[in-house]
Design a protein around this ligand. Sequence first.
Ligand code: 5AD
Ligand code: SF4
Length: 629
Amino acid sequence: MNVADSEVVRTLLRGDGLREAESAATADVVLLNTCAIRDKAEQKVWTRLRDLRGRKGKEGQTVAVLGCMAERVKDDLFRDGLADVVVGPDAYRRLPAMLRDQEQSIDVTLDRSENYADVLPTRVEHTAHGAFVSIQRGCDNACSYCIVPYVRGRERSRSVQTILDEVASLYDSGVREITLLGQNVNSYHDHTTDSIRQTTREYTTDFTPFVKSDKKDAQTGVRFAELLERCAQAAPDARLRFTSPHPKDFPDDVLETIARVSNIAKQIHMPAQSGSDQMLRRMRRGYTGEAYRSLIQRARAVIPDVALSSDFIAGFCGESHEDHLRTLSLIQDVGYDMAFLFAYSSRERTPAARRLEDDVPSDIKKKRLQELIDAFRTGREARSRERVGKIHLILVEGAPRRDRGADLVSGRDDGNRVHVFPSSLPDGSELKPGDFAHVLVDRAEGATLIGVALRRAAGAGDRPLVDADTGAEFLIDEQTGVSRWAAEPPLVAASAHARPAVATRAFSTMATAEDAIDAILAAATPATVLGVAKDATGREARDAFLVVSRLVHPDVCTDERAGAAFAALVEAYDAFAPSDIKYDVSQAEFQGDALTTAAWMWDDAAAAARKHKARHTLDDDGSTGRSVM
Ligand code: 5AD
Ligand code: SF4
């Protein structure tokens, strides 16, 4: 939200002739856009203000504090001469005049009609392929712990047309991922525009919202599901996301729209806050743990493999150990891909601060928070392992954050997971930031997934599909209904080309299974069987093994010598792997390798099966590769 707001402010100030400075130390005016949601966020701003007034600032510099903390703290920010100008979230249009004329130094009026609909935000990085579009401001909910309704004011939505214009303009400028933003984004409602589908407001099945507005709810107009679909059409190859929603506003048509429209990310942020009914009541969330769980179930049923994330607060007023355990078990049961976990921070003026006691000691809050974090991490690891061996649709972003060697790039999948893979494709072309690609995940390293790019995807809607008969993942041309598989190089060949950056052994460039078999059967030592150096590490041996085993596995290779060659490979691999301590045979990686091997084999086997009109059957556990490792 604040990034989007800063972009609005940037447009307003540029329009008034201001330019961006190189650094805060040399600027005439410094703007701090602030958050007030937890005390920690505000403490950071105070520290920054003191720094600016101390050695890090410039003599005579104007310091303006914008946003939610400005709204909450108001003229206290002038204390000790720390701020010169204070502007709340609905008063940004006045900022240029305030800086210019210096007549007025504070404006914290909340304005029910301000939505900056006509201000096209100026993005910081023109080369970036992701952008935010604010579709709604303020919040009409009354969660008892939350300051947002007091600093951001009442909920108001932008008109459909201004949003679509902004989405289309971002798309035209090359943006390939658009995130629709709002404090309660899925209660979006433009009553001034005629709807093509929905009439009155619907809530999530079995949810009774804490605050209901019968008058507004009965109004017709465009609601969230329809807006989402129209935005997806306005940016046809781009990926569409939204945040942050409230669980009460997921009527079935929202879930169905996410499932049906191919370029909407199959990902939902579903802030639970707690797993205990007592806490949820005190928080005034308007749902029970049971209702929340059934929403999760419905989301998973309607949107297969949907990535789920959530927010949780540890140590809210009156939280008992049992309440905490209920939250823990919710986290364990759901298995979130992402979570934002916080210790409760009492905010003045909120209903909780006025009526409830902040009675969980801070060390207990911290301990519970840590337990929630640990439970979340365990669940996320399990989710990572599920992703290994599968093909994902990735938007390429650029060089990985951590230096992992040349020619590797990183990108994100629908669930916002980071994937790292070589930029080269089997056809010899290179992936660039802003491209979509199908990436086969080889293993998980912490939260990051490592894999190989198989092919370029046409856009955010060009998803790898799963063959219900064979379990193989492949693509169907929507127009002709024909699998695009046949027209492409077989995956084994793809692996040989795509892998060199990862696996630099002799065999990785071996063109055919026959060549590999000849070499294996003629080889005298384990190293030559694998095509690696005599002193290769276990990891190198394992990479070589994986590459070559895909070529000569008896399930995928029709050469009658395949069985013997494969057995020789296994033996050679065994000679290397156990003795090498540098090879981290963590359970995750080990399983990942086995599954990946299986996945490649399924793919190949599925292709072969189609060719011979025969059905290929897998072992019961679906892992033809496991027995060989
Ligand atoms: N203390 C701790 N966390 C809070 N949040 C909102 N208010 C508070 C508070 N007073 C969290 C909620 C919300 C997220 C944006 O911040 O989990 O979903
Ligand atoms: Fe705060 Fe609740 Fe509104 Fe979210 S929905 S901004 S937590 S009041």
